[in-house]
Structures are given as C-alpha cells and as structure tokens.
Design a protein. Structure first.
Length: 277
C-alpha cells in the first residue's frame, strides 16, 4: 500500500505513530498483526490522548452548564426574569419583569388605599364618637363599630356586655364583677358614644373597605412567590432544551475514530473502523 512501511516488530503506525499505539489500536479493533502486516492509520485520531482530552472537555462543559443552571435559578428566585436574561432570553425575561412590576404595583396601591381609609375611619370616630386617640389595636376599632356607646346599659352599650360576662364568671361576687369590668372598660380618651346610627354605619363601611384593601395587598405576596417559582422552572426548561439540542447536533463529538487498513495473507486489502466509548 502506498506510503506504508512493513512492520517487522508487530507493527508501527505511519504518520508519526509509535509501536505501543499500534498495539493498542489493534487490540481495540480486535485484529491480530502478522509480522508482514502493513497498517495505515488515517489522520482521524492521532493519539490516544484524544479520548482523555475529549472527556476532560466534556466534564468541563458539563460543569459549566450546571453552574450556569444554578446561577439562573438563583437569579430567578431573587427577581423573576434575571435568570432568563443571564441565559440570553430577553424576550422571555420581559414577561416576568412586567408581571413582577404589576404585582408590586398592586401591593403598593392597596397598601396606600388601606392606610388612607384607616385614617378616614379614625377621623370619623374622633368627630362623631368623641374618641380622643388615634393609635390603638384593631380590637378597639372593631368595638367602636359594634357598640353605640362604651358606657351605660342596654344592647348598644359595651359595658352591658362586659357586666354580663362578669356575672357568668363571678355569679355571687359583685365586687369581683366590678373589678373585672373596670379592668376592661375603655375610659378617658378611649371612651366613645356615637352621635347617630348613620355615623356609626358610615364608620363601619369605611373600616371594612380599609380591611379589604389590606387583605388584597397580601395577595401580592403569594403572586410574587408564584412568579419566582415559574421563572425558576422556565430557566431549567431553557437549559434542558439547549442541552438536548447540542447533543442532537453533535452526536459523536469527543469520540476518537480510527480507520485502519491492512493486507490479508491472501493479498487482499482490508479496512477497519474502531471507536472508543
């Protein structure tokens, strides 16, 4: 065969190869070399180090992909759309950015609305019920909507409700009843008496609107969590699609291929392909 030299010591590859490589190649191709066999290794793979280098490159690429995937995941959890941006998917990122902006706009809007309506119903209580405080827990403001007055007797008086509970707790001890009521009955600036039923009804409506606005703002927190989860999932889908596409485009990358030729004892030529996996 043109350009080939006989191998008297059980083979030496042409094109700069040495005897140990020829022996390894022959073992991979499952052939035996006779003393007079002529071999030609076409320059598809020049040395056994190609397999090692390819494996190293593969591990490096895979490590880089995993690192990029984790980075995109973390960015998406911090701010939906950042993960897609890091992967070059600006169009998909825009959708998540817009959604995140709408979510927090919704949150701020209803927080402000709830606060303004709270100021409104406190002002109503001060003007129409004689309340002298502007800061109290929510239970206090709720009582103002339930009872016409804090002191007195009758169904519209909070004191009447307290005395009924005290009698149930201390049925034969009037002194303990009075002490229990005095401890819980609002007094001073916290006492109230509505000027009219209409004013109290308006107060209740305003307070309910404030409470509803605060509740709606809380939905934004849940929506923000969902948006982050969707963005994180989206980045992993993008990475998987890219990985599958790269594998389809390079099905044999990194696999050393050898084409061998020799002369059979009867003088006919033979070709061998060998690949390491």
């Amino acid at each position: 065969m043109a350009g080939a030299a006989p191998l008297s010591d059980r083979g030496a590859l042409l094109a700069g190869a040495d005897a140990p490589i020829a022996a390894r190649v022959a073992a991979e191709a499952s052939i035996s070399l006779a003393p007079d066999t002529e071999l030609l290794a076409l320059p598809v793979a020049a040395s056994g180090t190609l397999a090692t280098d390819a494996a190293a490159r593969f591990r490096s690429d895979e490590g880089g992909k995993r690192s990029g995937s984790r980075k995109a995941l973390i960015l998406s959890l911090l701010l939906p759309g950042l993960g897609e941006t890091s992967l070059g998917e600006r169009g998909r990122a825009t959708g998540f950015f817009v959604a995140e902006g709408a979510i927090w706009t919704h949150f701020v809007w209803f927080q402000v609305a709830g606060h303004l309506r709270k100021d409104n119903y406190i002002d109503q209580a001060q003007r129409h019920a004689g309340v002298g405080v502007s800061s109290a827990d929510d239970t206090y403001w709720k009582l103002l909507g339930q009872y016409q007055t804090s002191r007195g007797t009758g169904a519209g008086a909070y004191e009447e409700t307290l005395r009924r509970e005290a009698r149930d707790l201390y049925p034969s001890d009037p002194a303990s009843q009075d002490a229990w009521v005095a401890e819980r009955l609002p007094s001073g600036d916290r006492a109230w008496a509505w000027t009219s039923a209409e004013a109290q009804t308006s107060y209740r409506a305003t307070r309910e609107n404030s409470r509803r606005a605060y509740d709606r703002s809380k939905y934004s927190i849940a929506a923000a969590i969902v948006n982050r989860m969707l963005s994180a999932i989206d980045t992993q889908i993008i990475r998987r699609k890219r990985s599958n596409g790269e594998q389809s485009a390079r099905p044999g990358e990194g696999t050393p291929l050898l084409l061998l030729a020799d002369t059979a004892p009867d003088g006919s030529g033979r070709l061998y392909f060998t690949r390491s996996f």
